[in-house]
Design a protein around this ligand. Structure first.
Ligand SMILES: Nc1ncnc2c1ncn2[C@@H]1O[C@H](COP(=O)(O)OP(=O)(O)OP(=O)(O)O)[C@@H](O)[C@H]1O
Ligand SMILES: [Mg+2]
Length: 275
């Protein structure tokens, strides 16, 4: 079965050796059972590079309570450097060092991910709704899988940075989790795993005893308004995946040993299922 694994930027910032070792083990020893496709983000690295350039990352709250980046011209340039450059190639390098034939690219390459550009975003500033123009982010419309299927057949490991191609051919920034949902759906993946820097979804993030182990789609929908930050977006992307053809989404920590294998075999983390 095809398994799409999203590796969060938060995780890449910490330590991805155990994730890369885990991918290596699955690719080398369990490829008869699992075929992996990696999708990655890069939020923290984009911010770090912006700051090195003396630019402050710009975030706003949307009227519906999501925290969103304002991806202006400068931010999209840095997103290209990060998602199409360092994050992508460091992951490919780490896998190549372990004799895995990783093939890195983004959704603009080969026009693989077609997206609708949001040219403006509605945000809240001092309780007022303000329209910000010049936005370079997008929502996935379709994913072309021919090349991906070919890479999988030839035993390459696809590593995809979350950029897409707009209707006008521009590069747009994509939410990594939502891109992973659409890629998983287009490939007919059964499982989507989102590896992050926390154990899963906490009912109450302040209460470390409130980790959710199993949750059904409709229950997560009810929990949405209690979630915040990156997890709210991740949960939304999980709902989107389940609304398409994916049966199971697992949100789990990538910080321990064998995070993907354990999520697949032992269902560690938060397992979200349809029905
Ligand atoms: N209820 C909650 N349960 C778990 N995490 C939560 C919750 N509320 C907020 N969070 C935050 O969500 C974060 C995970 O989302 P985040 O978007 O930061 O990571 P990521 O998706 O792995 O990385 P990236 O977005 O850079 O690809 C956690 O580190 C945590 O701080
Ligand atoms: Mg995130």
């Amino acid at each position: 079965m095809i398994v799409v694994v999203k590796i969060g930027g938060a995780l890449i910032a910490e330590n991805f050796d155990n994730v890369v070792n885990d991918i290596t083990n699955i690719h080398q020893n369990h490829s008869d059972k699992y075929k992996l496709v990696i999708v990655h983000g890069g939020g923290p690295q984009i911010n770090e590079l912006l700051r090195q350039m003396n630019k402050e990352p710009k975030y706003f709250k949307t009227p519906s309570g999501f925290r969103t980046r304002y991806t202006d011209q400068e931010a999209i340039d840095v997103a290209i450097m990060t998602l199409g450059g360092k994050n992508n190639k460091r992951l490919v390098e780490a896998l190549q060092k372990r004799d895995i034939n990783a093939f890195g690219f983004t959704g603009i390459d080969g026009g693989i991910i077609e997206a609708k550009r949001k040219e403006k975003i509605l945000v809240m500033i001092n309780d007022k709704r303000i329209m910000k123009h010049g936005e370079y982010s997008g929502k996935v419309k379709s994913v072309h899988t021919e090349l991906l299927q070919y890479l999988l057949e030839m035993n390459y490991l696809p590593v995809i940075g979350s950029l897409g191609k707009s209707e006008k051919g521009e590069i747009v920034n994509l939410d990594g989790d939502r891109a992973a949902s659409y890629i998983a759906n287009a490939l007919g993946a059964e499982i989507l795993i989102s590896l992050t820097d926390v154990e899963g979804i906490y009912k109450d993030f302040e209460d470390k005893n409130s980790l959710i182990q199993n949750i059904k789609r409709y229950q997560l929908e009810h929990l949405m308004e209690q979630l915040a930050g990156g997890m709210k977006k991740k949960a939304y992307a999980a709902l989107e995946a389940l609304d398409m053809k994916i049966q199971t989404v697992i949100i789990s920590s990538g910080l321990g040993d064998n995070p993907i294998y354990n999520a697949l075999e032992k269902e560690t983390g938060t397992v979200i299922s349809n029905e």
